[in-house]
Write a new protein. Structure first.
Length: 161
C-alpha cells in the first residue's frame, strides 16, 4: 500500500523547526526541573518513568491512529493498549502531582512542561511520517540541522524588525 504523501501533506521547514524547538524546550524544562527538584531519588525515578511512558505512548498512539486512518491493518486490542498506556501516563503524573508536597507553581511547571513535550513529540512524529516516502526513506528535512535553525531564527528576527 502506498502512502499518500502529496506536497499538501509536507510540513514547511519553519513548522518542522518549531516542533523540534517545542520538543527541546518541553523535554529539557521537565528534566531540568526534575534534576533540580528536592524530590527523593525514588520520586525522581517515578516522574522520569512516567514521562518516558507518556512520551512513548503518545508516539505509538499517533502512529496507530494514522495507520488506521490510512487503511493499514491495526488491531483493536493494540489501539486499546495504546490508549490505556497514554491515559495511564497522564493519570500517573496527575495523581503524583496532586499528592506531591510541593508548591502549586511547581506542580503547574511540571504539568505544563509535560503537556508541551507530549504535544511536541506527537507533532515531530507526524512531521517525520509526512516526510517519509512509501519506501520508508525519510526526507532529511524532518531532522533540521543547526544551520537551518539559525537561518530560520535570523529570518524571523528580520520579519519582526
Amino acid at each position: 500500500m502506498k502512502l499518500d504523501n502529496t506536497a499538501l501533506n509536507k510540513p514547511s521547514t519553519a513548522y518542522v523547526l518549531a516542533t523540534w524547538g517545542a520538543l527541546l524546550i518541553g523535554v529539557s524544562s521537565y528534566l531540568i526541573g526534575l534534576w533540580n527538584s528536592t524530590f527523593q531519588l525514588n520520586e525522581k525515578g517515578f516522574y522520569f518513568a512516567v514521562f518516558l511512558l507518556a512520551m512513548f505512548a503518545a508516539v505509538t498512539l499517533q502512529k496507530t491512529i494514522r495507520d488506521k486512518d490510512e487503511g493499514l491493518p491495526v488491531t483493536q486490542i493494540f489501539i486499546g493498549m495504546c490508549w490505556m498506556a497514554f491515559a495511564s501516563g497522564i493519570a500517573l503524573l496527575v495523581i503524583g502531582l496532586i499528592n506531591a508536597d510541593i508548591l502549586l507553581s511547581e506542580k503547574g511547571f511540571y504539568g505544563i512542561s509535560f503537556v508541551l513535550a507530549l504535544f511536541a513529540v506527537i507533532t515531530v512524529q507526524k512531521n517525520t511520517r509526512d516526510l517519509t516516502n512509501e519506501l520508508g526513506e525519510t526526507d532529511p528535512s524532518a531532522f533540521p540541522k543547526s544551520a537551518q535553525a539559525i537561518d530560520a531564527a535570523l529570518d524571523a528576527s528580520e520579519i519582526i524588525q
